[in-house]
Design a protein around this ligand. Structure first.
Ligand SMILES: [Zn+2]
Length: 151
């Protein structure tokens, strides 16, 4: 719990991502808004994910993306090697949550090996741009409002 509180505070200071509690009484369910990776079609977009940290830091979180990106399916458990609950081999206990989110951002732009669960297998530039433009107006019940975030 202490570990989570510390990381939540650190993330609030990050220029690239910020966290929310969608359920005020559940500190293990986080929503995180993060910027699309620079030098990619996702740059300028803001994406929103849910992390279930029930077994963290011993086990990785379940990760779901909450808004359209063109890179990931919505509300579908994402399979990211060593960093997600459905692919926990090679997990390093204590891996920072910000590191997981950075990987999530980086893998949006992955050109090959998009076969993992929750990945959209073929990137389509037009779809990505449409999603990116919509992503900066996205609002979530957790309190995230992308129209004012990172301004
Ligand atoms: Zn949210």
């Amino acid at each position: 719990m202490k570990i989570l509180a510390k990381q939540f505070g650190e993330m609030k200071k990050s220029p690239n991502m910020t966290a929310f509690f969608p359920e005020k009484t559940n500190p293990f369910n986080w929503h995180i808004s993060f910027k699309g990776p620079v030098d990619s079609d996702f740059q300028g977009g803001i994406y929103h994910c849910q992390l279930r940290l029930t077994d963290y830091p011993d086990k990785p979180p379940e990760i779901r993306i909450m808004n359209e990106s063109g890179a990931y399916l919505i509300n579908h458990p994402l399979c990211i090697h060593g960093l997600s609950a459905n692919n926990p081999q090679d997990w390093t206990p204590g891996t920072q949550i910000s590191t997981i989110v950075e990987a999530l951002a980086m893998y949006m732009n992955l050109r090959t090996d998009r076969g993992g669960s929750g990945f959209i297998h073929q990137l389509d530039q037009e779809v990505i741009k449409k999603c990116r433009d919509a992503s900066v107006r996205f609002k979530c019940a957790c309190g995230a409002d992308h129209s004012t975030l990172f301004k």
